[in-house]
Design a protein around this ligand. Sequence first.
Ligand SMILES: [Zn+2]
Length: 140
Amino acid sequence: MEDQIEITLCKNCRAIISTQAHLLQEVEERDVVIFAKCSVDVCKDILVSNDPFDKYCTYQQLLCNSCHYPVGKIYRALNDELIYMLNKYILNKNTLVFEEKCLNKKREQEELEFGKIEVEIDVKKYDPLMPDELIKYYGK
Ligand SMILES: [Zn+2]
């Protein structure tokens, strides 16, 4: 069982946003990383970009679900050149922190200190965008 994963955190409040397992691609010239799955809030409003890079493309803003800091975009319509970004989570690298985490060890350590950790999250009711590793981390 693999217990070392790289997690992606919100730079502002350090809430967990995703893990390396869901990282699809890094686009250095745009300073973004593309994820298949994330635990973020998606704004309802569909906006139209004015940026020369993605002008007239439509997107929804992604917010950290803990501190509501804007961390990226999810596109709903794109030009041909950027079509590979469609319906994926495009996160700004400068709003994130990347860290290695040893999940089982951390959990064991916490259990030694605080006793058996109860499952805090009802997965069935939980955000469908929550990556599997994080569900494992919080409990099954
Ligand atoms: Zn945050």
